[in-house]
Design a protein around this ligand. Structure first.
Ligand SMILES: Nc1ncnc2c1ncn2[C@@H]1O[C@H](COP(=O)(O)OP(=O)(O)OP(=O)(O)O)[C@@H](O)[C@H]1O
Length: 318
């Protein structure tokens, strides 16, 4: 029996082929991983490798074709209040205002609370995401970034044991994104939640995660490695880049995305039975000379910026 808080074992996802003679699409195959209680795990990989498919299964909205997933040793069979989800596409109820959308989740979570308690709690989270002035607007009257923030407020406000975040900050401008990242760190450290988050932003993953899962390109994708992020907490966006390990980790992740994610696809992993991602510590792996060289590399070149957000936004949200 597993001791991880969440355990996925031998998960495979196949979708039926679309044309007349089309073969089924095997998105990923034989994926196994665990999430420890209170851990913050990010997953990165190229567009289409199957990250959202894993997320949907953990949310209980879809099932693997084969394999199992359990949370606290109970099989995940459908959606549940112990799991909160923020999707790329906001998923708000269009006929409710921003406040009512958040209240809806809070009411479901704490049925015994008075209306006043539910409203106060909901307002606290809407304020946290900077929406206190527009709480009576419906989703159609809000910008994309605002809708995303309502969705974030709703998920955070219900304090789920497992927070599932599918590119939650994708629609936000850099300033708002920074503020909400800070709030997420605060909430996570206070509430001991377990967080599983998809992001395309390498820097964001390093700032937030205890471990970063690296997924190879699909089809037949797999989570090849789990990179340990040993940077001390609390982490600050402004100072983390000055840490001597930052660029060693960052360069490792970028190299995976640019080169190894496709190279590893064709490599059949050795061994039988369950294949968990290989734990990797890029800092320990690199020689002292190598670490110094990478730490002094300039972060401000155009190519560097392109690599940070390596998937074009249109592809992500298209
Ligand atoms: N309902 C479906 N029917 C058929 N194919 C699907 C379905 N849902 C997803 N796919 C395919 O499965 C693959 C994985 O999709 P998924 O959305 O999980 O990728 P992703 O890694 O989250 O991508 P992105 O980073 O662009 O969001 C893609 O090739 C996609 O086209």
């Amino acid at each position: 029996m597993s001791h991880a808080f969440v355990e996925v074992q031998n998960a495979t996802k196949r979708f039926p082929g679309t044309g007349k003679h089309a073969l089924p699409l095997t998105v990923f195959e034989n994926i196994s991983f665990g999430l420890n209680k209170g851990e913050f795990v990010c997953i990165i990989g190229h567009s289409g490798c199957g990250k959202s498919t894993i997320m949907n299964a953990l949310a209980g909205l879809d099932q693997f074709s084969e394999g199992s997933m359990v949370m606290e040793n109970k099989e995940i069979k459908g959606p549940g209040l112990e799991r909160g989800v923020v999707f790329q596409n906001y998923s708000l109820l269009p006929w409710l205002t921003a406040l009512e959308n958040v209240r809806f989740g809070v009411r479901a979570r704490w049925k015994a609370w008075s209306d006043r308690e539910v409203t106060e709690h909901s307002m606290k989270y809407l304020k946290m995401v900077g929406l206190q002035e527009v709480v009576n607007r419906k989703p159609s009257q809000l910008s994309g970034g605002m809708r995303q923030r309502v969705s974030i407020a709703r998920a955070f406000a219900t304090k789920p044991k497992l927070l599932l975040l599918d590119e939650p900050f994708g629609a936000l401008d850099a300033l708002t994104r920074g503020v909400i990242q800070d709030e997420l760190i605060k909430i996570w450290s206070q509430d001991q939640q377990t967080v599983f988050m998809i992001t395309h932003d390498v820097d964001e993953a390093i700032l937030l995660a205890d471990r970063i899962f690296l997924m190879t390109n699909g089809p037949h994708a797999r989570i090849a490695e789990a990179v340990e992020i040993d940077l001390p907490r609390p982490r600050q966006r402004a100072s983390i880049i000055k840490h001597p390990h930052f660029y060693t980790i960052r360069n490792y992740l970028v190299d995976f995305l640019v080169n190894r994610s496709s190279e590893l696809r064709s490599e059949k992993p050795s061994g039988h039975g369950m294949l968990y991602p290989t734990p990797v510590d890029p800092v320990r792996q690199s020689s002292p000379e190598c670490a110094t060289e990478t730490a002094s590399a300039s972060p401000d070149t155009e190519s560097h910026q392109n690599l940070v957000n390596f998937t074009p936004k249109e592809t992500r949200h298209g």
